[in-house]
Design a protein around this ligand. Structure first.
Ligand code: TIU
Length: 222
């Protein structure tokens, strides 16, 4: 085990048993005309996370460690999209309606793809998830167990929605989870700060958080 400098105390990193998780770095969330923009958000707020995620991804690939990419997405007939999700609120476009990058959050449409800077490579796990959390209706837990994964390092968007939901699901399944501070972003800076604080409170009740620099320097000799 390697101790990574983290909040609220050092994170016990397990080399070879720690998957890098990249949540929903899709065009639909980070580019204009997609799902995130349809909800009234400024998508440029998410762009600062791309560089740190790319650095972590390169570090994992160099060591041959497991990488998980997720995509929030639905089947073309919307059979896996509950009306409670599709009909809530007053977005400019709803899930499944056509935008400038195809039908919003529908599998196979251009907007649902992961941005080119972080595109998955052969051998990496790619999960299409109908919910905010990455374990709901995906079979991911079984795949991680088969690989002997016990620890998860989280990145991606948005911090307090799909990242936090996935991290809470993972914590309940027994994984030790670290959220990388500069490799996650929110449309609401105050929500990102609150999510980081509540995750690490009460003795890491959900998990740890640390900057990408601390993770990369902790791995320097591994
Ligand atoms: N709206 C928002 O902040 N996020 C989502 O709907 N999905 C994810 O976080 N991926």
């Amino acid at each position: 085990m390697i101790d990574i400098a983290a909040t609220p105390f050092p994170y016990p990193f397990a080399p070879g048993k720690t998957a890098l998780v990249i949540i929903d770095m899709q065009r639909d969330f980070v580019e204009p005309g997609g799902f995130g923009a349809s909800l009234g958000n400024d998508v440029t707020l998410l762009h600062t996370a791309i560089g740190p995620i790319a650095s972590l991804l390169a570090a994992w690939r160099a060591r041959g460690w497991a990488v998980v990419h997720t995509r929030e997405s639905h089947q073309a007939d919307l059979s896996d999209c509950p009306p409670a999700k599709r009909l809530r609120g007053s977005p400019t476009l709803r899930i499944g309606e056509p935008g400038t990058m195809g039908r919003l959050l529908i599998r196979g449409e251009p907007g649902t793809s992961i941005i080119p800077a972080l595109a998955p490579q052969a051998g990496e796990i790619v999960i299409d998830k109908p919910g905010k959390g990455m374990f709901w209706a995906t079979g991911l837990h079984e795949r991680l167990q088969a690989l002997g994964i016990t620890h998860l390092v989280f990145t991606g968007v948005t911090t307090e929605v799909c990242v936090q939901t996935s991290m809470r699901e993972a914590n309940d399944r027994g994984y030790d989870c670290l959220l990388v501070e500069d490799a996650t972003e929110s449309y609401f800076p105050e929500f990102k700060a609150a999510a980081l604080a509540m995750i690490a409170a009460q003795g890491a009740i959900v998990g740890w958080h640390a900057p990408s620099g601390a993770v990369l320097s902790g791995l320097a000799n591994v």
